[in-house]
Design a protein around this ligand. Structure first.
Ligand code: ZN
Length: 287
């Protein structure tokens, strides 16, 4: 729980390393089309690392959780190909693995919070022609409701949304490395996945609890740090707006009551903080 520049964190016996596929900058109105830019103005000072002028600067974070020799990777970034929200893919995740001395074949489980393109991008070696599994010794795990949703004909035939599933998810299944979850699942001692639908039908979060310390990886329930305060805004990537808002309120209530550290892929690197109250309002505050 050191300074925000440190990319490791210890929760009891669970060690966490924050990695990143890079970050992208975009106009907030792409994801919050109903809200004018001045909604974000009060947050410019609070989250200077999250803004470039009026634009959002979104981290594409992944996390490695180590518990009793088991290594769990949560999410695999956007990958090196294509464009995200009009921005070229930075594609830095594998380089960040080697920078941190973590071997790709040491990962036992690839936990996917959900099947959007910015969370599955390095499932396969996009930098190699054979596009083999990036994590050859891992079981890849996702909630079955996301697998069902993202493999319907409706999505597979949709040029944009279908591309991700066909390119980065179905090949994992075809290679026999995909395991579906249908509810709370312990991935390692003190690391438990649980269902938090709303952003997608099978969105999952991770509860890390060890020796009386707790953290929760919230996935895209918090697509930005401001959503810890502005929980009710509609967020266009959410599959179900009402359930998205409910999931956001529930997980923040739980995190606040239990004083858990809140970890998110799109929160500024390394992506962990606590929920605080200031003048009656709730905020996410980087550690
Ligand atoms: Zn995302």
């Amino acid at each position: 729980m050191n300074s925000s520049r440190n990319n490791t964190l210890q929760i009891g016996d669970v060690h966490i390393t924050a990695l990143s596929d890079g970050s992208i900058t975009f106009d907030p109105r792409i994801l919050f089309p109903k809200d004018p830019l001045d909604v974000w103005e009060p947050y410019h000072e609070r989250f200077p690392e999250y803004f470039e002028g009026e634009l959002f600067k979104n981290n594409l974070g992944s996390f490695v959780f180590t518990s009793q020799e088991k290594h769990i990777l949560a999410d695999t970034g956007f990958g090196p190909n294509g464009k995200m929200l009009g921005h070229h893919a930075p594609g830095q995740l594998l380089r960040d693995f080697s920078k941190n001395g973590i071997k790709l074949d040491s990962i036992d489980t690839v936990f996917l919070t959900h099947l959007h393109g910015d969370h599955v991008g390095w499932n396969l070696r996009e930098d190699l022609e054979d596009r083999r599994l990036s994590f050859p010794n891992a079981r890849y795990r996702v909630h079955e409701a996301d697998w069902k949703h993202f493999t319907t004909n409706k999505i597979l035939n949709d040029e944009n949304r279908g591309k991700t599933t066909k390119h980065s998810v179905i090949p994992v299944h075809e290679q026999g490395a995909l395991d579906l979850m249908n509810g709370e699942t312990e991935l390692a001692p003190g690391v438990v996945a649980f269902h938090t639908p709303g952003h997608t039908p099978g969105h999952m979060s991770l509860l890390i609890s060890s020796r009386n310390q707790r953290a929760v990886l919230v996935g895209d329930i918090l697509g930005s740090p401001m959503q810890a305060s502005e929980t009710e805004l509609s967020y266009s990537p959410d599959w179900n707006q009402k359930m998205g808002i409910e999931a956001r309120n529930n997980i923040l209530d739980q995190a606040e009551t239990s004083n858990s550290i809140v970890i998110g892929s799109h929160l500024s690197f390394p992506g962990w903080g606590r929920i605080i109250r200031w003048e009656g309002r709730r905020y996410w505050k980087a550690l």
